[in-house]
Write a protein that binds this ligand. Structure first.
Ligand code: DON
Length: 357
């Protein structure tokens, strides 16, 4: 081979390598680089700071309308952040399984969107704030849709009634398996919570009958309440809950298993309902102070989503008047502020203070 031929061959090889790198680099790059990788220590430090700062906060009180929840140790406290590239930062009572309660409503809504499409879910359930308590009867009577949105009890029971299956057991197993896929591991019912709640859920049964009066429930009302009560009694620890949130943050792909478990195109609708009603009557103040879609449960959990970045889940059983964990709200607000997670802040788009002014 002449020197010229050798040079030409080298140039061809160099071009081939460059083209291969350029065509593959962006996707490989975006998958491998963590949105928080550069700030791993910072995330760890902020989670630790928040944990220490609010650890001894005793404001609020356990839910007591479900007898099991009244006797949960109110000092239990766990914090977890799971990122979209599956890094986990956690502290406190991270192995304790608490009942997911109303946070389940987000995932049953996601399953209904998967089965029916978002338009049908919107037509049948709606997406308006009720301005009332999560279990309000008046909201069902007063609102034009009667269901309100998928995150209040009436709307959630109606959403559960949309899930298809030959019988109640098939529907329930479908919901439970779906939650497990979103969490990236098998989840199960806390039987004592279910029994405690099933024995005291006359209010939810009444809501379901009221929905039947308005033709806004889509399966047998009491069967739907029973499946709904089971979904609320699913046990999660704070890391599993954060991973469920991180799956939404990761456009529906579970960061642990890599499985697309929620449709990518459904994610904006899920986030919108969380932003609008995730903390019930506390949602406006939450949007103002924190600016992240989130969902609370009377079991004491809250999960907040930082789209594209990850999710923060906190467990602390003491609740405020609206039924939202006090400690969880404080910790998430602190962490979100320190890490510039607020969706409405220019920093969340990568803009530094002063840019564009
Ligand atoms: O139906 C209920 O009342 C409970 N299973 C769930 C309510 C709930 O978690 C409200 N959230 N903050």
């Amino acid at each position: 081979m002449s020197v010229m031929q050798l040079r030409a061959k080298k140039v061809v090889v160099a071009i081939f390598v460059a083209v291969t790198f350029l065509s593959e680099a962006p996707s490989a790059f975006s998958q491998k680089i963590s949105p928080v990788a550069a700030r791993r220590e910072q995330v760890q430090a902020v989670v630790r700071e928040a944990y220490d700062k609010f650890r001894s906060d005793t404001s609020g009180k356990n839910a007591d309308y479900i007898p099991y929840l009244a006797q949960v140790d109110s000092k239990l406290f766990g914090v977890a952040v799971v990122t979209t590239d599956n890094q986990t930062f956690s502290l406190g009572d991270i192995d304790y399984s608490f009942s997911i309660q109303s946070i389940s409503k987000v995932f049953t809504a996601a399953l209904a969107m998967e089965e029916l499409g978002v338009d049908k879910v919107f037509q049948r359930i709606g997406n308006e704030p009720t301005g009332r308590a999560f279990n309000s009867v008046n909201a069902v009577v007063d609102m034009p849709t009667h269901t309100g949105n998928p995150l209040v009890n009436a709307g959630a029971i109606a959403t559960t009634s949309l899930i298809s299956g030959q019988n109640a057991n098939e529907k329930w197993n479908k919901i439970l398996n779906f939650y497990g896929k979103v969490a990236g591991e098998k989840l199960s019912l806390i039987d004592e919570v279910y029994k405690s709640e099933a024995a005291t859920n006359a209010g939810n049964k009444a809501l379901s009958m009221l929905l039947a009066k308005y033709d806004r429930i889509y399966a047998d009302p009491f069967e739907s309440v029973d499946i709904y009560t089971k979904q609320c009694s699913v046990g999660v620890n704070v890391v599993q809950l954060a991973r469920m949130g991180a799956t939404i943050a990761n456009n529906g792909i579970n960061p642990k298993t890599g499985e697309q478990v929620i449709k990518r195109e459904d994610v904006p609708y899920i986030l919108s309902v969380m932003m609008m009603a995730g903390l019930y009557d506390g949602s406006g103040g939450w949007a103002w102070h924190v600016g992240l879609p989130a969902k609370s449960g009377v079991g004491g959990g809250i999960v907040a989503i930082a789209p594209g970045k990850g999710a923060i889940a906190v467990f602390g059983p003491r609740l405020d008047e609206a039924g939202n964990s006090v400690k969880a709200q404080k910790v998430i607000e602190y962490v979100a502020r320190k890490l510039d997670y607020n969706l409405f802040s220019p920093a969340s788009f990568g803009l530094k203070a002063g840019v564009g002014q």
